[in-house]
Structures are given as structure tokens and as C-alpha cells.
Design a protein around this ligand. Sequence first.
Ligand code: ZN
Length: 172
Amino acid sequence: MALREVLQFPDPRLRRVSEPIDTITDELRELARDMCDVMYDEPGIGLAATQVGVAVRMFVIDTEWSEEGMERNASVIINPEILHKDGKIIWEEGCLSVPDYTAEVERAAQVTIRFTDLDGKEITEEAEGLRAICLQHEYDHLDGILFIDRISRLKRSLYVKKRKKQQSSEQE
Ligand code: ZN
């Protein structure tokens, strides 16, 4: 089966604000499965539905599977709300939708997040470190925000220029 395509900056669909999910349908379960397949294939540690062109408030994350000896254990996060943020952490971030680029981003070091899982159960989780960073990064996607929106204007404009150049050479 072909994997779903990941949208790439500057695709305008990445800028959509995603809609809340009312009902967990079979279609949604299939989307979550497909998103995990894409995340592990790329490979990545998180993927939002927005990135595969579906504007619903759902993302998948698994920040530990790439470490040696760790099993794949994806969390499916539906309709998340960040209830609390604390501390500061700076991390070199990348994104499957922002090709060939990483940059340091400052985020909260700890977050408390409430969400629904794929079984419809409401869960409150406290996260820190890489998982907290990833939760905030994926949450941003649901509001059409990319990590390059959280870096300096100068760095962003250099990247945008580089992307434009890349795209025009791809078209030649
Ligand atoms: Zn991303």
C-alpha cells in the first residue's frame, strides 16, 4: 500500500487551522494507522493530520522508538489542549514538512496536556524533555503553525529563500 504523502512547506494546506473531532470513526482509525506508518517510514517522531492534508485535530507521536532497544509505541492524540506550561528548553528541531532544515527553538520544558485517545478515553498527561517539545511542535501544526514561525525573522527568510531556489530548480 502506498504511503500518504507528507505536504511540504510552503504548501498552503499546512497553514489551515484544523477542526475538532466529534466522533471516532473507522475512517479516523485508518488515518491514525496511516500516519503512524508514515512517521516510522520517514523516519520521524511525530506527525500531525494537517501534514498529510487532513485538517482535523489529531497527531501521532513516538519519541522513544528510534532509541536502541525501544519498541514502537505510538500515542494517538485527539483534540489536545495544553493545560499548563512550565520552564524553558531549547532544542534543535526539524519537521517532515520543512525539508533540509533544522533550527533551535525555545519551548516550555514541561507541559500538561489533556486529549482523547483512539478509544475515546480522556487522558491527562504530564510530559517533559523531548516528549514535551514534540507535543508542542505537533500541537502547533493543528493551528497551522510551523517551527520556522518560532525562529528569528532573519533565519526564516534565509530558509524561505533557499526553499524558493530549490523549488525553481526542481521545476526546471
Ligand atoms: Zn512538524
